[in-house]
Design a protein around this ligand. Structure first.
Ligand SMILES: [Zn+2]
Ligand SMILES: [Zn+2]
Length: 267
């Protein structure tokens, strides 16, 4: 390469690095990703009013009709406000404190997969402990977690509808999991993206035929987490079911609702 080409490539790379390392990028991307992942469920909720097939996918554990568009609208402004006032500034401070550098090489596929799975297992463990404590300590529940449980029957956008303290604590747990494992930035980014997706799926209110928990029985999915929103004494882990099985807090999503769901599908 000529000096001129090398110089322009170098400038381009440092420009990209500046964007990637911007303290506001992670939280802005997290918010936009959350909205994008919720969009298909907004369509499903809107279709639910007119399409029997879509209604038959709803988890029937007392869920009733899909949430109204007004509910979505109200929830959107609440989540936006929390992101603007708490998550964005906190994520910016974390980013400045960490002052990360970007490695020149991407991780191998094997390393990427191992790190992402390890992140999920560690995050799932931290979340289980924290979530259990929030339900067992009354003042902690009132101060931090109660707001999330305003949704007796959750919907996709409600995955992030929680108090600022809870959103910040979950951000810390996610960042802490990736940091403790010394993940490559690309693995960490993929973990945060999949984490958003699974949180949305947990709260979506649908037991979809192609949902991940049907493929991987070690995961609870939306029926598992919706049972937590209904009962509040069980199913504390966010994604996997092993901790709840181990500590005796597991409860199967209500089977008679499943039977009713199956009958509806067969009609
Ligand atoms: Zn929830
Ligand atoms: Zn809870």
């Amino acid at each position: 390469w000529s000096d001129l080409t090398q110089d322009s490539v170098g400038k381009k790379l440092s420009g990209h690095q500046q964007v990637l390392l911007s303290p506001y990028l992670a939280a802005s991307c997290a918010f936009l990703t959350h909205l994008a992942l919720c969009a298909p469920f907004l369509v499903l909720d809107a279709l639910g009013g007119v399409c029997q097939r879509v209604r038959s996918w709803r988890i029937a554990a007392g869920s009733g009709p899909p949430p109204s568009l007004w509910k979505w609208y109200e929830c959107f402004w609440r989540v936006l406000f929390k992101y603007a006032t708490a998550v964005l500034p906190a994520a910016a401070v974390f980013q400045l404190l960490r002052s990360p550098s970007l490695p020149e090489l991407a991780p191998s596929c094997w390393r990427l997969s191992v790190e992402v799975v390890a992140c999920f297992l560690l995050f799932d463990t931290f979340f289980f402990i924290w979530h259990y404590c929030m339900h067992r300590v009354p003042w902690l529940y009132r101060a931090v977690h109660q707001m999330h449980h305003q949704h007796h029957v959750p919907f996709a956008l409600a995955a992030q509808d929680a108090s600022s303290a809870e959103l910040l604590s979950l951000l810390l747990l996610a960042l802490g999991s990736a940091w403790m494992l010394g993940c490559h930035p690309l693995s960490e980014a993929l973990f945060h993206f999949l984490n958003s997706w699974l949180a949305v799926e947990d709260h979506c209110g649908y037991n979809l035929p192609w949902a991940l928990h049907r493929l991987l029985p070690c995961m609870g999915g939306a029926p598992f987490h919706q049972t937590h929103h209904k009962k509040q004494r069980n199913n504390f882990a966010p994604y996997f079911t092993h901790w709840d099985h181990l500590f005796g807090t597991y409860i199967a999503p209500q089977s008679h609702f499943r039977k009713r769901h199956d009958r509806t599908v067969m009609k």
